[in-house]
Design a protein around this ligand. Sequence first.
Ligand code: SAH
Ligand code: SF4
Length: 473
Amino acid sequence: MPSPEADSRRRMPQTPDQKEYMRMARTLISMRYAEPPLAFVHTYGCQGNVADSERIKGMLREMGYRFTDDKSKADLVLFNTCAVREHAEDRVFGNVGALKPLKQNKKDMLVVLCGCMMQQPHIAEKIYQSYPFVNLVFGTFAVPRFPELLYRVLSRGRRVTEIGETAGEITEGLPVERDHPFKAFLPIMYGCNNFCTYCVVPYVRGRERSRTAAAVLKEAKEIIAGGAKEITLLGQNVNSYGKNREDGVDFPALLRLINDLPSDFRIRFMTSHPKDCTERLLDTMAACEKVSRHLHLPFQSGNDRVLKAMNRGYTREKYLSLVAYARKVMPDISITSDVIVGFPGETEAEFLDTLSLIKEVRFSSLFTFIYSPRVGTRAAALEDPVPAGEKSRWFTSLLKAQEAIAAERSADMVGRTYEVLVEYETKEGNGLLSGRTGGNVNIDFPGDRALIGRYVNVRVTEAKNWLLKGELA
Ligand code: SAH
Ligand code: SF4
């Protein structure tokens, strides 16, 4: 693993080389297969991974692949993996193991593993030693070089592992195969410099690098021209956008520039780090009519000693004051968060501070995690005396408290009308659609599939726990 200080500036080959590799791979593939070969791509983890997979699929398409949801029909199976918790990694190992019989039946099927988990040397080594049927392993740093790596596998028939030491500069111009026509992810920055002591992300995603405002705006315009109604700006810490670059566009300024693009669409973004979340950002959100009234602001812990041990860079008081300011300038804002229970050395009294914070803030929804030690992080070396059973009792009490809050918040929504973006039919053919409000809450309502991808007004008629039902208004 690179040290926190490791430089991330080694140059990667630029797009033209990769275009050439895509062309060479396409030729090889057209000679090898009578029909276009099929790829099965599965993504684990966060939206950053989903966005990477959209680029990987774009490159696969360019090389001649088409896509299937059925692994057993696939000529190439690719898993884009997540390393953030042990559970995520265990699932990947299980699912990779399950490919073995498939591969025995279909010897020329290619198995490709990539993403955050593979960026860790001890994992890449384990895959190499224990899963000999895996053809290609590459880490997040090598995503732009996927065509070259796949070409090496196809042309030489040998296994390839590429996890390089450092992330390169951002490669622009990769083809993108987007998962949805009406909502799109738009990465604005990559990597993270924060080194929260529990977190593996800075090690597996490298140092923070922002795309230029020009590149982001160009892609935003393409997305809008393609008919999308919602753009989600992505980064591990979007508030750090533009640091270390000279064009003077920081995150609030970028938000303003995108908001001012003509056409009817909504803007979302994630994730915001409380240490870098400023009143200026919240004022900008309030002033931008296309920015959804939703702020995902992970707090992780409600106790100052634990926050310090996590290296989060803010206090409980600072967090609460940000929430209060956001609600002052945007009374209808929906605030969501992430929290970790059972950080090494956390006491019950400290956990109770977390519980009291969620009751005080009353989040719209919460992503709750039990601490999971990650190889190479500082927290992994700390003493962790609290037994797993105790942590899971704390966790359950936190879930219960949040469920009660969510149920009350949902009940408050009954009788009100919300504009939603219609996203999908809840089950194929059942005539029940699901739409998402600006505040990131889903409401199910009866309607015609033709509404998918459009904004409609829905009146909430019923709240069952956190499940909301409604009708077209
Ligand atoms: N960059 C984002 C979060 C990325 S990871 C941020 O700083 O908010 C997503 C969430 O996973 C984190 O917010 C945290 O709550 C959780 N998480 C990260 N590492 C973890 C670990 N080792 N154990 C348990 N949860 C973890
Ligand atoms: Fe991980 Fe912290 Fe960076 Fe988020 S800000 S990705 S939690 S190190």
